[in-house]
Structures are given as structure tokens and as C-alpha cells.
Design a protein around this ligand. Structure first.
Ligand code: NAD
Ligand code: WQD
Length: 339
């Protein structure tokens, strides 16, 4: 099995590349480092003890894709490459639509030209309508609140249509909930290049003293302690979900969407106190106003992935907090540490 991993230097792509190599699969990575660092790939190679071909470039570049598919016998594409910041997508919608849609279209066109029939796509829980009853399952109505979300919604539709048109195509749409954590080695992890927008990297940087306190965005939500509830999933469990998705794509055609979550919701205050307890550190916080567009609670019904992929998340919130802290302590400035 030889997988083309687009965006393989990124947070989820690097952990999935490592999981694939540990399963003795072959891979080829393409990334333009628009939101990542070459050091991530060096560490994936070191951790796995394996090498793989790498192409630096843009997945929207049809000539590059033709070269990659000509030079490698690809069985399956795992498409992580994409821009993912919600706020940035509101400010720069055209850049988001261009990058996320054109990359997906070019990949499908190159796959068609080279007879590659399997695609695993990084979708998101953000495609579900914000008023969906929780836990949300894959049959819930879709609808988004920002351009980033719409790019995922539109790519899903493009992929579903492509699978209707080509009955040999297999498309797996993976809707991730909130990935956090890091490989247990602490060698690879999430490396935001600015002040983090997401909760967990902000908590870890605060524990390290980079920020004075965590700003808790609102404590008057309709949740048990008033702070927002999310379905946090360890990135290594998420990576294993891709290994299971490849096995599924080998056996099935058509398109299918799966939630990748734990099914359990934790509040912002749960996360802060779990992080303090797991790592014996203090995480000061201040309750502030709500962040625009945030929902009260978002958590998955993960039964479909358990039934059809034979996958379920195994790691605990303590594992997620401990592994995040190990990565943060070893790499206080991410992959730029020491360079
Ligand atoms: P990331 O930014 O760490 O990784 C994305 C990678 O793709 C980066 O290495 C970036 O350099 C690369 N890239 C972007 N556009 C490219 C292009 N046109 N050509 C080549 N490389 C390109 O993000 P991540 O957290 O690893 O997310 C991976 C995927 O999962 C994304 O599609 C994201 O939208 C989706 N997703 C992420 C989350 C999350 O919370 N992290 C949740 C749901 C879905
Ligand atoms: C989690 C909770 C915040 C930061 C985002 C995207 C989503 C998906 C994953 C890609 C919320 C609260 C946060 C902080 C806080 N990405 N919070 N203080 O918003 O669930 O999802 O990332 O598909 O599309 O929207 O994740 O980590 O930003 O927030 O209180 O400094 O933490 O209000 O309740 P979110 P998050």
C-alpha cells in the first residue's frame, strides 16, 4: 500500500504519516510548508527509522501532481493539505476557497488521469449545523458559519459527486472533532506559528509562562459549568483512524462520511483542570467574553466509525494533556526551538 499524503508535514499529517510507517505502509508526502516546517518530516523519519519520497510544492499545481503520480505507484490519497484558520477564512475567503477547493479538484483530476481510486479526505465537525442536537451523527443536516467550514462542505460535495460519476472510486470523508495531544515521544506535535487560536496549545503555552493566563471565552453557555464543551480526541487516535479508513477504502466503493471523535464532551474548565492535574502545573485563567460564533457544546456520536471502520479512540484526556505537555516542554517554540 502506497499512500500519497498531502499536507504530511502538518499537525495531523505528520502523526498520520508516522502511524502509516509504523504499519509498514509506504508513503509519498507533498507539502508547500505554508503552515509547517521541514523539521516535522525529519522527525517522522527519525521516529519511524524509515525514509520516503517528499515533494515540496503546491497541491494546486497540476504539473507537480502529474509528476508525483507518474514517478510513484500510488494506491490511495490522504488529503490533509488545506488552510484551517476560521478567523483568517473570514478575512481572506477567496484565498481559502482557492486553496482548499482547487487542491481537491486538481487531486481528483490527477487521480482520474492515473487511475488512482481511493481518497481519504480531512473534513471537520464544523460541517454540521451549529443547532444540531448532540451527540451529532453523520446523518445530521449540514451547514456552516464561516468560509473555512464551507470549503469543507463544498469539498465533501465535490468528492461525493465524483464517487457517483466513477463507480470504481472510493471516498472516505473523515469529520474530525477537536484533535489535541502529540506523539508520546514528544518529538512531533502541534506547532502554531502565531498566538494559538485553539484552546489546548494556548493552555500548554500558558503553563510554560509564554502567556499570563488563558482567556476562557464565556461562562454562561448552556453546559454544566457554563464553559464551552467539545469532543477532544488524541491526534494519535485520529491518525489510527486514517489507517482504518484506508483498509475500508480497499474493500468499498462509493462515498461514506465518518465522525472521528471520542463521543465524550469536556468543558474549557475540565481541560484546564485535567492539564493541571496530569502535569502538576498551574494554568491561570480569566473568564472573559464569548468568542463570536462559538457553540455551547459539540460532541460526536462515534458509533458508525466503530461499526464500519472497526476504529475507536483509546486514549484518555490525561494522555492528551500529558503528551501535549511533553511536546511543549521539549519544544517550547515548536520546530523552531534551537534553530
Ligand atoms: P496543518 O496546517 O498543521 O497542516 C496542513 C498542511 O498542509 C500544512 O503542512 C501546510 O503547509 C500544508 N498545505 C496547505 N495548503 C497546501 C497546498 N496548497 N499545497 C501543499 N501543502 C499545503 O493542519 P492540520 O491541523 O494538520 O489539519 C489537517 C487537515 O485537517 C486540514 O485540511 C484541516 O482543515 C483539517 N482539520 C483540522 C482540524 C484541527 O483542529 N486541526 C479539525 C478538523 C479538520
Ligand atoms: C475549544 C473551546 C472555545 C481558546 C476549532 C474550529 C473547528 C476545528 C477545530 C478545523 C471553545 C474555548 C478556546 C481560548 C477558550 N478546526 N476557548 N479560550 O472552536 O471547537 O474548533 O478548531 O476544522 O473548525 O472552529 O476549538 O480549540 O478554538 O475552542 O475559552 O483561548 O475552548 O470557546 O469552547 P473549536 P477551540
Amino acid at each position: 500500500m502506497n499512500a500519497l499524503v498531502t499536507g504530511g508535514a502538518g499537525y495531523i499529517g505528520s502523526h498520520t504519516s508516522l502511524a502509516l510507517l509504523r504499519q509498514d505502509m509506504d508513503l509519498v508526502v507533498v507539502d508547500n510548508f505554508s503552515n509547517s516546517h521541514p523539521e516535522a518530516l525529519a522527525r517522522v523519519k527519525a521516529l519511524s527509522g524509515k525514509d520516503f519520497p517528499f515533494y515540496e510544492g503546491d497541491v494546486c499545481d497540476a504539473t507537480l501532481l502529474d509528476r508525483i503520480f507518474s514517478e510513484n505507484a500510488i494506491d490511495c490519497v490522504i488529503h490533509f493539505a488545506g488552510l484551517k484558520s476560521v478567523g483568517e477564512s473570514v478575512a481572506q475567503p477567496l484565498r481559502y476557497y482557492e486553496n482548499n477547493l482547487i487542491s481537491t479538484l486538481r487531486l481528483l483530476q490527477a487521480m482520474g488521469a492515473h487511475q488512482v481510486k481511493r481518497m481519504i479526505f480531512s473534513s471537520s465537525a464544523t460541517v454540521y449545523r451549529s443547532d444540531s442536537p448532540m451527540p451529532v451523527d453523520e446523518s445530521a443536516p449540514l451547514g456552516c458559519l464561516n468560509p473555512y467550514g464551507w470549503t469543507k462542505f463544498m469539498c465533501e460535495q465535490i468528492l461525493r459527486d465524483a464517487a457517483v460519476a466513477d463507480p470504481k472510486l472510493s471516498v472516505v470523508l473523515l469529520r474530525y472533532f477537536n484533535p489535541i495531544g502529540a506523539d508520546s515521544s514528544g518529538q512531533i506535535g502541534e506547532d502554531p506559528d502565531d498566538i494559538p487560536n485553539n484552546l489546548m496549545p494556548y493552555v500548554a503555552q500558558t503553563a510554560l509562562g509564554i502567556h499570563k493566563h488563558v482567556n476562557v471565552f464565556g461562562d454562561n453557555y448552556n453546559t454544566p459549568d457554563g464553559t464551552g464543551v467539545r469532543d477532544y480526541i488524541h491526534v494519535s487516535d485520529l491518525a489510527d483512524g486514517h489507517v482504518a479508513a484506508i483498509a475500508y477504502a480497499m474493500e468499498h466503493t462509493g462515498s461514506e462520511a465518518f465522525n472521528l471523535g471520542t463521543g465524550v464532551g469536556y468543558s474549557v474548565l475540565d481541560i484546564i483542570s485535567a492539564f493541571e492535574k496530569a502535569n502538576r502545573v498551574k494554568v491561570p485563567y480569566v473568564i472573559g467574553p464569548r468568542r463570536r460564533g462559538d457553540a455551547d457544546a459539540v460532541y460526536s456520536n462515534p458509533d458508525k466509525a466503530r461499526r464500519l471502520l472497526g476504529w475507536q479512540a483509546k486514549k484518555t484526556l490525561t494522555d492528551m494533556c500529558r503528551d501535549t505537555w511533553s511536546w511543549q516542554q521539549k519544544n517550547p517554540h515548536g520546530y523552531r526551538t534551537g534553530s
